[in-house]
Write a protein that binds this ligand. Structure first.
Ligand code: DGL
Length: 276
């Protein structure tokens, strides 16, 4: 119960394979101050980018069943392109009463904004393979030249970077270099950050880029969509001591705990293991 006598609202669950979804959580909190948040990282399955599609889809469906039983959220923000482009439709079908806010590559806004007509999509190998991603290009960017760049290593690098490790500039440049296309006098002017981990590296990308481009981070748009689907309840207050993070591995190192604390999330021990 809150001080205004209103019952506590149900929490919003934010999901990713790792810490990338924190880039979305940050924005969602600003727009949804009255809601408590549960951040779930399937770190036992990280990185999702290299998984075969069917086993990953089955894993996500099973995990969500457990998460809904444990936490009974109001809505779920699937803050992971790799997961949502694969399993979004299946999740909505399996859990018709749950509100899902998805994350997909921001190809439509990129196609609307580009001046050169050359757009790159930087994502995990999983996301660039998806039929969903190809469909987005066909539906919204057929007039553009879209280059899909699947990075094997950037999600891991972002995890390391955000935990305070030093990264090798040359190794990062090797991952982003294919995004830069110079063709018939035109150059790529927008790179879509189609993995929620990548905005953590945006400053490094800017520093290393062969020429300036817009790095499109969809986090704010996702948060706005969440706010539209879960309207503000007048008079409601953020529940005390509510926001916490859960890791499917059940074990976190010191730097992860510190990172979560910095984001205002307590790390909750997992009493019953997931996929038990
Ligand atoms: N953060 C995830 C995404 O948005 C992917 C990271 C991973 O490979 O697990 O796609």
């Amino acid at each position: 119960m809150t001080t205004t006598g209103m019952p506590d609202l149900k929490p919003i669950l934010v999901f990713d394979s790792g810490i990338g979804g924190l880039t979305v959580l940050r924005e969602a909190r600003l727009l949804m101050p009255e809601r408590g948040f549960i951040y779930v990282a399937d770190d036992a399955g990280f990185p999702y980018g290299g998984w075969e599609e069917e086993p990953l889809k089955a894993r996500i469906a099973r995990l969500f069943e457990e998460l809904f039983d444990r936490y009974d959220p109001e809505a779920v923000i699937v803050a992971c392109n790799t997961a949502f482009t694969l399993a979004g439709a299946d999740l909505r079908h399996r859990f018709p009463d749950m509100r899902f806010i998805g994350t997909v590559p921001a190809i439509k806004p990129a196609a609307e904004r580009t001046r050169s007509g050359l757009v790159s999509v930087l994502a995990t190998p999983g996301t660039v393979k998806r039929a969903y991603t190809r469909d987005l290009i066909q539906s919204f960017a057929s007039q553009c030249h879209v280059r899909l760049v699947g990075s094997e290593n950037l999600a891991r690098m972002a995890e390391a970077y955000i935990r305070g490790e030093t990264l090798d500039d040359a190794a990062i440049l090797a991952e982003i270099a294919p995004c830069f296309v110079d063709k018939d006098g035109a150059r790529t002017d927008i790179v879509v950050l189609a993995c929620t981990h990548y905005p953590f590296l945006a400053n490094v990308f800017r520093k290393l880029a062969p020429w300036p481009v817009d790095w499109l981070d969809p986090a704010e748009a996702i948060a706005r969509q969440a706010r539209r689907l879960v309207p503000l309840v007048e008079g409601a207050e953020h529940p005390d001591n509510f926001d916490f993070a859960v890791f499917t591995s059940g074990s976190q190192d010191f730097s992860t705990r510190r990172l979560m604390q910095g984001m205002g999330l307590a790390v909750k021990p997992v009493d019953t293991p997931f996929f038990g």
